[in-house]
Design a protein around this ligand. Structure first.
Ligand code: NAP
Length: 262
């Protein structure tokens, strides 16, 4: 039996940690050649080592998603090494919490640059390579439940993730109109245990100025009562990346234990 994404070439940004790493591992385990990119070189090398040790194919490139020239370099390297791009997971993101009244314009712009500009640049430079590959493709943009609902102390983050949600739908329509076979969807994780939370102030108790206790937060707010793990998101990303979702575009895949429903 072949893998669910056998023969496809995937690029995963922010692929050295948390959700991105799990996506890279899952896609590779199902037969994709995975290009892992990140700004965390040691963790990136470790991710690739793990994938190759397990029998998969992967390589790592240092790649700041806010840097347009870096996108051109990385995609040029993908074209030279693999000749095509089938799957693009625009996953890299940061979370800067705290009251919007105390947020500096510098932090606002930095978060927007990574979470929203990075997705724009990925689409702008990824679509031409996918089109040149000639077999359509799947772009998966990592949004959040914070792109569907407001959250106290996360106003700037919500703005970027809401932007990713509608940007995704607009690009999905542009690709559909072009009949290029490229599907574009967003994924909306809920409370997932990854290092990103270490830099976010607990929205339940902002006065403590500390990261949230994810188990306590999930027990309070998630209908299923528990937090999620990167593999929960990677399983959804794998489905969107595979031909099993060929008729799905412009959609929001919410993976949150019911958090956004309550
Ligand atoms: P993570 O473990 O911190 O992984 C994100 C990776 O992206 C890190 O290695 C990070 O490096 C990297 N990165 C940061 N800025 C970058 C840049 N400019 N260019 C390239 N890479 C960069 O976080 P995660 O939780 O897996 O987050 C992955 C995505 O899921 C993000 O878009 C996040 O907003 C989204 N998400 C997460 C959750 C959750 O509960 N974890 C919920 C909803 C949505 P640094 O460590 O140096 O920042």
């Amino acid at each position: 039996m072949t893998g669910r994404v056998e023969g496809k070439v995937a690029l995963v940004t922010g692929g050295a940690s948390g959700i991105g790493r799990s996506c890279a591992e899952r896609l590779a385990a199902e037969g994709a050649t995975v290009v892992v990119t990140d700004v965390q070189d040691d963790k990136g090398a470790d991710t690739v080592g793990q994938i190759t040790q397990a029998g998969g194919r992967a390589d790592y490139h240092r790649h700041d998603v806010t840097d347009e020239a870096a996108w051109e370099n990385v995609l040029g390297a993908v074209r030279r090494a693999h000749g095509r791009l089938d799957i693009l997971v625009n996953n890299a993101g940061i979370g800067i919490g705290g009251s919007v009244l105390e947020m500096s314009l510098t932090d606002w712009r930095r978060q927007t640059a990574v979470n929203l500009d990075g997705v724009f640049l990925g689409v702008k430079h990824g679509v031409p390579l996918m089109r040149a590959s000639g077999d359509g493709g799947s772009i998966i943009n990592m949004s959040s439940v914070a792109g569907l609902k407001g959250a106290p102390t996360l106003a700037g983050y919500c703005a970027t993730k809401g932007g990713v949600r509608l940007f995704t739908k607009a690009v999905a329509m542009e690709c559909a109109n072009a009949r290029d076979g490229i599907r574009v969807n967003s994924v909306h994780p809920g409370i997932i245990e990854t290092p990103i939370w270490l830099s976010i102030v607990d929205p339940v108790n902002p006065g403590a100025n500390a990261p949230p206790d994810l188990d306590a937060m999930a027990a309070l707010g998630v209908p299923m009562g528990v937090k999620g793990y990167p593999a929960d998101i990677a399983n959804g990303v794998l489905w969107l990346a595979s031909d099993e979702s060929l008729y799905v575009t412009g959609a929001e895949l919410v993976i949150d234990g019911g958090l956004s429903v309550r």
